[in-house]
Design a protein. Structure first.
Length: 128
């Protein structure tokens, strides 16, 4: 019995730890930037959905941003489906900027679609 417990302990301690990344490792969560542009692609998937947005950087240079959003289950609970956003939709996104200024990934906090006024805000975890 003792050897079995030792073996279980060794296997458990030696196993790689796989976990969810911390958003603060990639994004400056205390800051918010605003990006406006047209959706290039909406990936409705787990573990996080992504909104790809064609926009311009602060110098006016074309840039495609990859906005990391929530999981499918969370978005579904908030009434968002794979058809909510489409390529070509003009949107404004508020997001945490990347820690690396050369990175195009941002952490989506709020989004508005211009054509119909649709809004979603993560601040309270609800649609607006």
């Amino acid at each position: 019995m003792r050897w079995a417990l030792v073996l279980i302990g060794v296997v458990t301690l030696g196993a790689p730890v796989v976990g969810h990344h911390s958003f603060s490792a990639y994004y400056v969560e205390e800051d918010i930037i605003e990006v406006e542009g047209d959706i290039v692609e909406f990936q409705y998937k787990n573990p996080h959905s992504w909104v790809y947005l064609a926009s311009q950087d602060a110098l006016g240079k074309p840039r495609t941003y990859a906005a990391e959003w929530a999981s499918i289950s969370r978005l579904e609970r908030e009434g968002i489906t794979k058809d909510t956003l489409r390529a070509g939709d003009n949107v404004r996104i508020w997001a945490a900027p990347p820690r690396d200024p050369n990175d195009n990934r941002i952490h989506l906090k709020r989004i508005e679609r211009r054509s119909d006024g649709w809004k979603w805000g993560q601040n309270r975890g609800e649609r607006r």
